[in-house]
Design a protein around this ligand. Structure first.
Ligand code: PEP
Ligand code: MG
Length: 614
């Protein structure tokens, strides 16, 4: 069981005092419990809001003869509105990125202006007497499916343009009134959705979203990672919760144990009151650990850093007791907006974070787009295997304009003296060499322009592909630090999609293959005096901390709310015990036995961290 205790503030905010006494004013219609995967700690209760529109597809609605002109009119207005929006986006992209990038929207506009397509949609509305959404979706899907099958590559690529435009028109047809704006909710609620993208999660109205639950997803999806950063209690992998629950129902969400209790009884509320009490006591104990260094009982110092997703998180980091920022996921600066940020805007963001953390180090990871983090405006083709596709450093090395703006911005921010650069998803030496060559060029440019930067800023590679771990000795000669991205390392090594709840049981951090790769990386790093951090979710899991320390990593980097418990645990462990555990683990064939031993060691050292049962 992975535990993420929430804060006292969070817990009290979500459950009123009356529940401690078990007295409830509510009438219970019968309690129902739905079980999923716990991904973000905390308990909340409130009204449910079911979002999930997309999964149900586009609804077919018969319309009366008299309503047909109205439907055609709605279609035309949606087309006009979509054209205006696209032209606006195109104008901004041209301004910020140049005409070449803006021209990708020509294809989108052509779809909107295609008379054959529009005439066909109108004909379907008239003949079949159906709503505009259904007719438009049916025809554009037919076109898209046909395009997807043609041999000509250029035409095939138009499939995603067609689907993109279709989505825009459909959302305009839905009209603002029909869409739930999750950035501004009128009252506190628990969000239930089939899926939530990481970008949507980042936008949630923090004031009114008590918690959220989704049908799909897993612990290391970026949606789950975001929930932990935002301290929103969350459960994923509930399979069909969005179908079975209705807006307005009353529920309790338990982010410790992965449960949603619909219409909780007084007894249940009372039991949760007990759990909350235990958590509050724990929070008090953890508060002391915040200001203390993470030093084991046998005097070994472990650096504990924070992972952040937005520049504004820097303030939270300072309060979390972090020794610095071990991972700044810069891609969140790029998503949820029509036009990507240019060099100046990025520079301001990076400099703000570096200045806030000074003199503690800030590791800025270059853009890791792709996988489950996508840009809404870049014409990136739909890929069959996005996590194996045009992602992270692969994207940047082919999109030099993006890379240049970002590397120059990071270099400029490095004048603060505490900035480090890290490349994601390195899978071979060439990528690292190429990235460093670009970096060298941009340093030269800045020198010529007389712009100051820290010429000695450290460069790191993420070790998140098995190939990188295997050639860590080669990579170690060209970097100053490694950061092991276990979220991806596990998915790529075990061939288990990190987002897929159906195979979540195969996503095993204590698989001997993972431990051997981590050990190999540490040994290669040691030989070159290269620093090793772990910034995947494994680093924030108290059950696995003894194992990582024993394997020899220097630093653990995790979401700010998790750091107090990491420090608390490390201060109660002995490195010698952790090393013995690692020796045992590297010889052991059983995933569950390794997990059980690591967990037992952590639990013996800090039992209260594991007391999350009600
Ligand atoms: C990882 O893969 O472990 C990692 C930290 O990167 P991300 O989760 O952003 O892919
Ligand atoms: Mg990764």
């Amino acid at each position: 069981m992975i535990l993420w205790p929430g804060t006292q503030e969070l817990l009290f905010k979500s459950i009123p005092d009356r529940y401690f006494s078990g007295v409830s004013e509510r009438l219970h219609k019968g309690e129902r419990i739905l079980r999923g995967i716990p991904v973000s700690a905390g308990v909340c209760r409130g009204k449910i809001l079911v979002l999930d529109k997309a999964r149900k597809g586009v609804e077919r609605r018969e319309v009366a003869e008299a309503e047909v002109p109205g439907e055609i009119n709605r279609l035309q207005q949606a087309l006009v509105r979509t054209r205006e929006q696209l032209q606006e986006v195109q104008r901004k992209v041209a301004q910020n990125l140049g005409a070449e990038h803006a021209s990708i929207f020509d294809a989108h506009l052509m779809v909107l202006e295609d008379p054959a397509l529009i005439d066909e949609v109108v004909r379907v509305i008239q003949q079949d007497k159906v709503n505009a959404e259904f007719a438009f979706h049916a025809i554009t899907e037919r076109y898209a499916s046909a395009l997807a099958k043609v041999e000509d590559e250029y035409l095939r690529e138009r499939t995603s343009d067609m689907r993109d435009v279709s989505m825009r028109v459909l959302s305009n047809l839905a009209g603002q009134g029909d869409l739930v704006d999750v950035t501004h909710l009128s009252e506190p609620c628990i969000i239930i959705a089939h899926d939530l993208t990481p970008s949507k999660t980042a936008q949630l109205d923090r004031k009114n979203v008590l918690g959220f639950a989704t049908d799909i997803g897993s612990k290391t999806s970026h949606t789950a990672i975001m929930a932990r950063s935002l301290r929103i209690p969350a459960v994923v992998g509930l399979k069909n919760a969005s179908d079975g629950l209705a807006t307005g129902e009353y529920a309790l969400l338990d982010g410790f144990n992965g449960e949603i209790v619909v219409n909780p009884t007084d007894q249940t509320l009372f039991e949760y009151g007990q759990l909350i009490r235990k958590q509050v006591t724990l929070e008090e104990k953890l508060r002391d650990a915040l200001t203390q260094p993470a030093i084991t009982l046998d005097n070994h110092h472990v650096v504990v850093s924070a992972n952040i997703e937005q520049a504004a998180d820097a303030e939270t980091v300072r309060a979390s007791g972090a020794d610095g920022i071990g991972l700044f996921r810069t891609e969140y600066l790029f998503i949820n907006r029509e036009v990507p940020p240019g060099e100046e805007e990025q520079y301001q963001a990076y400099r703000q974070v570096a200045a806030a953390l000074k003199p503690n180090p800030v590791v800025i990871r270059t853009l890791d787009l792709g996988g489950d983090k996508l840009l809404s405006t870049l014409a990136v083709q739909t890929e069959s295997n996005p996590f194996l596709g045009w992602r992270a450093i692969r994207f940047c090395l082919q999109h030099e304009d993006f890379f240049r703006a970002q590397l120059r911005a990071i270099l400029r921010a490095s004048v603060e003296g505490n900035v480090k650069i890290m490349y994601p998803m390195i899978s071979g030496l060439d990528e690292l060499v190429q990235a460093n060559t670009f970096l060298g060029q941009y340093k030269e440019e800045l020198r010529k322009e007389g712009v100051p930067f820290d010429d000695r800023l450290e460069i790191g590679a993420m070790i998140e592909t098995p190939s990188a771990a295997v050639i860590a000795d080669t990579l170690a000669k060209r970097v100053q630090f490694f950061s092991i991205g276990t979220n991806d390392l596990i998915q790529y090594t075990l061939a288990v999609d990190r987002l897929n709840e159906r195979i979540a049981h195969l996503y095993e951090p204590t698989h001997p293959a993972i431990l051997r790769l981590i050990r190999q990386t540490v040994e290669a790093a040691r030989a070159q005096k290269v620093w090793v951090s772990v910034c995947g979710e494994m680093a924030g899991d108290p059950s696995l901390v003894p194992l990582l320390l024993g394997l020899g990593v220097d630093e653990l980097s995790a979401a700010p709310p998790l750091l107090a418990q990491l420090k608390y645990l490390i201060r109660r462990l002995k490195l010698s015990d952790a090393r013995e555990l690692a020796r045992f683990a590297l010889d052991c064939e059983s995933v569950s036995e390794i997990l059980a031993r690591s967990q037992a060691l952590a639990q013996r050292a800090a039992p209260s961290l594991f007391d999350t049962k009600k």
